[in-house]
Design a protein around this ligand. Structure first.
Ligand code: TRP
Length: 377
């Protein structure tokens, strides 16, 4: 499939330049498809070795199928994925198996999975330069998860902060999938023998557990997997429109960057600013104002904007209005690509199928090795 010109445009048109890399051609030796194609023919016999010793560091990350992503998803994770896709052999996974621990409506899950896929591509992931796939399209990982269950003490899982949290937030649905969630996450990463995992700080306990599970496996059955290392995204936690809590779909404090401009305007105009600035003539405090903080990501002149607030030359209304227009303009090409992809689900499916197919040899080679080491065959 040829790269979509619009996708490249999205990458190259970034206001702050972090996506400039998206327009760069990919050197042949970095191309995941090139490497894996080679594995399917004459080099097939070497595939197990190739997958255990990737020539370029391989990165893996998973993202929940929460539907159309919001500003926090983009600044906190997706931008980073886009930037990394040229530096590493990257594999990105939409984790629908994980989502089943809290999403129980089949239509919602299917729709949100496709929405997330379309959005990731629209925001700059290029299926030619990275591998984008849906978790359940490579079901080998569930077998590895089961095998990892047998090396994972229950106590480790019960002590996981997210499990404790879920027990509070969904007390009527403490399903076993929640407990075993980090085991599946470990399997996700290491079935592809990825050594680096770009994640937010909130995922640190999960990644530590992945490392412990890998150590437990390696010490029982011999060195099989690399211990995955986290690569933390530098982006600060993006606060929601309420200005106090992390931007999150479940709270409903999001800025939906791929929505229609009017929706974005409404969300941004509803934002809480500096709560101590009561009168228009009061000086603002940009360091505590979420609107001012978000301006950092949408223009080089944010210091000037902050100055306007400090001196009360500008009001919160002006600053919000400017932010809304900048965000709308910044995401305009992505919004178009997103719409095109959502209008052609067959094409989207094809892209995802190709992604899953491309990494099949790695998953199969790992499972053959693991089964043998554990005495299954
Ligand atoms: N738990 C991650 C989240 O909620 C998603 C995830 C699943 C993941 N598998 C992964 C992240 C593997 C990194 C690597 O965001």
């Amino acid at each position: 499939m040829a790269p979509q010109p619009t996708m490249t445009d999205v990458g190259a048109s970034s206001a702050n330049g972090t996506r400039g890399a998206a327009g760069r051609p990919c050197p042949a030796d970095l191309s995941p498809s090139g490497k894996l194609d080679a594995m399917t023919d004459a080099a097939a016999a070497k595939s197990a070795i190739a997958s255990s010793l990737p020539a370029k560091p391989r990165i893996f990350s998973g993202i929940q199928p929460t539907g159309r992503p919001h500003l926090g998803n983009d600044l906190g994770a997706i931008r980073n994925y886009v930037a990394l896709q040229d530096q590493y052999e990257s594999i990105y996974c939409i984790v629908d198996y994980h989502a089943l621990t809290h999403v129980h409506d089949p239509e919602t899950l299917r729709r949100q999975t496709l929405e997330m896929a379309a959005a990731l591509i629209a925001l700059g992931l290029d299926p030619e330069r990275c591998t984008l796939f849906v978790q359940s399209d490579r079901p080998e990982v569930t077998e590895l998860c089961w095998l990892f269950n047998t090396v994972t003490p229950v106590g480790w899982l019960q002590r996981t902060p997210t499990f404790k949290e879920k027990r509070q937030t969904q007390p009527d649905d403490v399903n076993h999938g929640l407990l075993t969630y980090p085991v599946l996450q470990a399997a996700d990463i290491v079935i592809y023998k990825a050594s680096l995992v770009p994640i937010g700080k909130d995922q640190a306990p999960h990644l530590e557990l992945s490392r412990e599970i890998v150590r437990a496996f390696n010490s029982r059955y011999g060195e099989t997997f690399p211990e995955p290392q986290p690569v933390y995204t530098q982006a600060p936690v993006v606060l929601g429109t309420d200005g106090t809590r992390k931007m999150s779909k479940s709270i409903g404090n999001t800025i939906e960057v791929l929505a229609e401009p009017d929706v974005i305007r409404k969300q941004i105009m509803s934002m809480v600013t500096d709560t101590q600035r009561i009168l228009r003539s009061d000086p603002g405090r940009p360091q505590v104002c979420n609107v001012c903080q978000l301006h950092r990501h949408f223009g080089e002149d944010y210091e000037e904007i902050w100055d306007g607030e400090r001196t009360a030359r500008t009001g919160c209304f002006d600053t919000k209005k400017l932010l809304a227009e900048r965000i709308i303009a910044h995401y305009a090409p992505a919004r178009e690509t997103y719409k095109e992809l959502m209008a052609d689900p067959a094409r989207l499916r094809r892209i995802l199928d190709e992604g899953a197919e491309r990494i099949r040899p790695i998953a199969e080679a790992t499972m053959t090795e693991v089964r043998e080491r554990m005495g299954l065959r």
